[in-house]
Design a binder for this molecule. Structure first.
Ligand SMILES: NC(=O)c1ccc[n+]([C@@H]2O[C@H](COP(=O)([O-])OP(=O)(O)OC[C@H]3O[C@@H](n4cnc5c(N)ncnc54)[C@H](OP(=O)(O)O)[C@@H]3O)[C@@H](O)[C@H]2O)c1
Length: 493
């Protein structure tokens, strides 16, 4: 072990799929920002693994190109040079063990700093091959504290998730496995925990006595881009609802953990998922709706329908929109519907949690213009901007009993502050070995159990799928999920 090297920190960060979308748009910029913030140890080297026949210099040129407009201050700074110098390139095929043996030769030996992070920024179909080959090349065991990072989706149903987990556990200990859901790295999501559990004002109201319902929306304006091979078999339920939306639900609904530690957090989230009322086979139609985008326009530009996208199977019935209703049968939430929806080709990108409170019990303002007063809302925007607001009514100055709606801004950001990208937080946690923002397998398994009845029902019913115009907020039919007439989807903050 070289002097000055902290044995608990990895010295090598291997990115499998380094030329891909995730790596170039998220991982490389996030690592660079950690470099700027001086949070990467001097001994950390990064190996980019991909199949293009490049050498180190060609890879670095690629990095300069893809990062030119993504990093603050550009690519001609001393910091960027220092960053580039950390990188080397390993050409190889994910399915070929010889490529991993070549990779192993590049990594420091056991006498030196031997820990590595293996980040699987590759299609889920490649996960098993990478895990097996890491083992075959001996890249797991002797390096006791090496870490493997997996992106969502973790499996495509409960059975395949279990198999993947089993495979992982054959070769890695649980402490080495980092299952990412990047929504958990977002500042607003972490701030929600602080908002709920650090303010005595809020927590007493956070239950069935005061809350009418909860809405969680993750809307994307993009279509499926060039991901048809993956998306046409996955669909919105698997791609978004089972993971991101379910995670948001657990953070809204969980009890305070005993400590802010990984296992205590996971325990509470699992309790929420276990308390979700199972959807009976015959009730799927009442609890979930799916649809697919047809032609339409976004920001005034015409966009194709899903069926016209490149590589989508003709007459595909894959859903690009899903809305579902869940009940959490515990003391805090029994009877409060949680409405979740996500879709592609919606009018704009927006991820938000909207919590509507009940009407006041006394109709004090009956026979005044305030008779139909909207109840209070707490609104959390996760993206594009991260903010937190409360809507309350105040009287308008004047002779009449009129009100106006005030938005109290509870945002944690001051005007001159910027939020971190979720990947910056998460990559640092991987390097430092903090697993609290990553998923334990039972969370994933329970989330699959919750959506399993819907998944099974839709797998069988494959003759027809309703459509919605691209650029709309989804099919009107999504309104039928609501328990009462005064509930509607909240599209704006
Ligand atoms: N994109 C996102 O923003 C995003 C967000 C959340 C989660 N994810 C997850 O992240 C993972 C990666 O997604 P992505 O969108 O980045 O995929 P992608 O753009 O298709 O990238 C895949 C990468 O894998 C490489 N690759 C594929 N087959 C290979 C092989 N046989 N041998 C060596 N390299 C091979 C590709 O190299 P070539 O350049 O040679 O093709 C490319 O670098 C997926 O699990 C996805 O679900 C992505």
């Amino acid at each position: 072990m070289s002097p000055g090297i902290d044995d608990s920190l990895p010295c090598t960060f291997v990115i499998f799929g380094a030329t891909g979308n995730l790596a170039t748009n998220k991982l490389l910029p996030a690592l660079y920002h950690l470099e700027m913030a001086a949070r990467l140890s001097e001994s950390l080297n990064v190996v980019a693994f991909s199949r293009r026949p490049w050498n180190d210099d060609e890879w670095r040129e690629f990095m300069r190109e893809v990062l030119a407009d993504k990093v603050k201050d550009g690519v001609d700074t001393p910091v960027f040079k220092r960053f580039l110098a950390r990188f080397s390139y390993q050409q190889g095929d994910l399915r070929d063990v010889a490529s991993y043996e070549a990779l192993a030769k590049r990594l420091p030996t056991a006498d030196d700093c031997s820990n590595a992070v293996f980040y699987l920024a590759v299609k889920p179909a490649e996960f098993s091959a990478v895990i097996r080959n890491l083992e075959a090349a001996g890249l797991n065991k002797p390096r006791g504290r090496s870490r493997v990072v997996l992106e969502k989706p973790f499996g495509e149903d409960i059975e395949s998730a279990r198999m993947l987990n089993q495979l992982l556990h054959q070769h890695f200990d649980e402490e080495q496995i980092f299952r990412i859901d990047h929504f958990l790295g977002k500042e607003t999501v972490q701030n929600l925990l602080v908002f709920r559990f650090a303010n005595t004002l809020i927590e007493p109201l956070w239950n069935r006595n005061f809350i009418d319902h909860v809405q969680i929306t993750v809307a994307e304006s993009i279509g499926i881009e060039d991901r048809a091979d993956y998306y046409d078999h996955a669909g919105a339920l698997r791609d978004m609802l089972q993971n991101h939306l379910m995670q948001l639900l657990t953070v809204v609904a969980m009890e305070p953990p005993a400590a802010l530690e990984a296992d205590a957090m996971h325990d509470e989230k699992v309790k929420v998922l276990r308390s979700i009322r199972p959807i009976a086979k015959r009730a799927v139609h009442a609890h979930a709706i799916r649809a697919q985008y047809a032609r339409g326009s976004i920001d005034g530009e015409p966009v194709p329908g899903y069926q016209q996208e490149v590589d989508v199977e003709p007459n595909s019935v894959t859903e690009t929109f899903v809305a579902a209703k869940f009940y959490i049968d515990n003391w805090r939430w029994r009877g409060v519907p949680f409405y979740l929806r996500t879709g592609k080709r919606m009018p704009r990108q927006a991820s938000m949690i909207a919590i509507r409170f009940r009407h006041p019990p006394q109709q004090l303002f009956r026979e005044t213009p305030l008779e139909t007063l909207e109840p209070n809302w707490i609104l959390l925007s996760i993206q594009p901007e991260e903010s937190m607001r409360m809507e309350i009514h105040v009287k308008q100055p004047g002779l009449d009993m009129d009100t106006r709606l005030m938005q109290m801004n509870a945002s944690f950001l001051k005007t001159d502050e910027q939020t971190l990208d979720a990947y910056e937080t998460l990559l640092l946690d991987v390097i430092e070995g903090d697993r609290s923002l990553f998923l334990r397998f039972d969370e994933i398994e329970w989330a699959w159990r919750v959506v399993d009845p819907i998944l099974k029902h839709w797998t069988v019913e494959r003759e027809y799928i309703p459509t919605y115009a691209a650029g709309s907020w989804g099919p009107a039919d999504a309104n039928r999920l609501f328990d009462s007439d005064d509930q509607t989807w909240r599209n704006e903050l």
